[in-house]
Design a protein around this ligand. Structure first.
Ligand code: FES
Ligand code: FES
Length: 161
């Protein structure tokens, strides 16, 4: 019996229409149906943040949301957000601070960092650590990542490119 459900949404500005299994997560939908593999799947239960995407402007855990729940929504993945240039300063800061090694956590870190700085470009060490506390990195420790976000926030505050 076919229990698939029709789904219509916008992903990185592109209208998408698909039939999906009701139990498929948004993260799996993006990866397996649309080949958007930038959002990674680590823990699959909301703990690691690797699957972070934006839905209607808000960062969400792609593994905790069903694809069908995103019906009618505007979904943005790291591919779309990075391509727009929105994250260029954060990406540069991550590179300059050596804030990544394997890169598995990096898309989720960047999206979360962007949200932290959107709320407060002057976010300090404590606020950044708290904001990133739902994102796990198993390579770098967190110091370099926090430094990178601080650096990007400082640049934004000065209004430099
Ligand atoms: S895979 Fe979604 S939070 Fe870990
Ligand atoms: S850079 Fe490898 S998990 Fe963070």
């Amino acid at each position: 019996m076919d229990v698939s459900v029709e789904l219509a949404l916008t992903v990185n500005g592109v209208p998408v229409r698909r039939r999906v299994e009701p139990r498929q997560s948004l993260a799996d939908f993006l990866r397996y149906e649309l080949e958007l593999t930038g959002s990674h799947v680590g823990c699959e239960h909301g703990a690691c943040g690797a699957c972070t995407v934006r839905v209607d402007g808000t960062p969400v855990r792609g593994c905790l949301m069903l694809a069908v729940q995103a019906d009618g929504s505007r979904v943005e993945t790291i591919e779309g957000i990075a391509a727009s240039g929105e994250l260029a300063d954060l990406q540069r800061a991550f590179a300059e601070e050596n804030a990544l090694q394997c890169g598995f956590c990096t898309p989720g870190m960047l999206l979360t960092a962007q949200e932290i700085l959107r709320r407060n470009p002057r976010a300090g060490d404590v606020e950044i650590r708290e904001g990133l506390s739902g994102n796990y990195c198993r390579c770098t420790g967190y110091h370099a990542i926090v430094q990178a976000v601080l650096r990007a926030g400082g640049v934004r505050e000065k209004g430099q490119p």
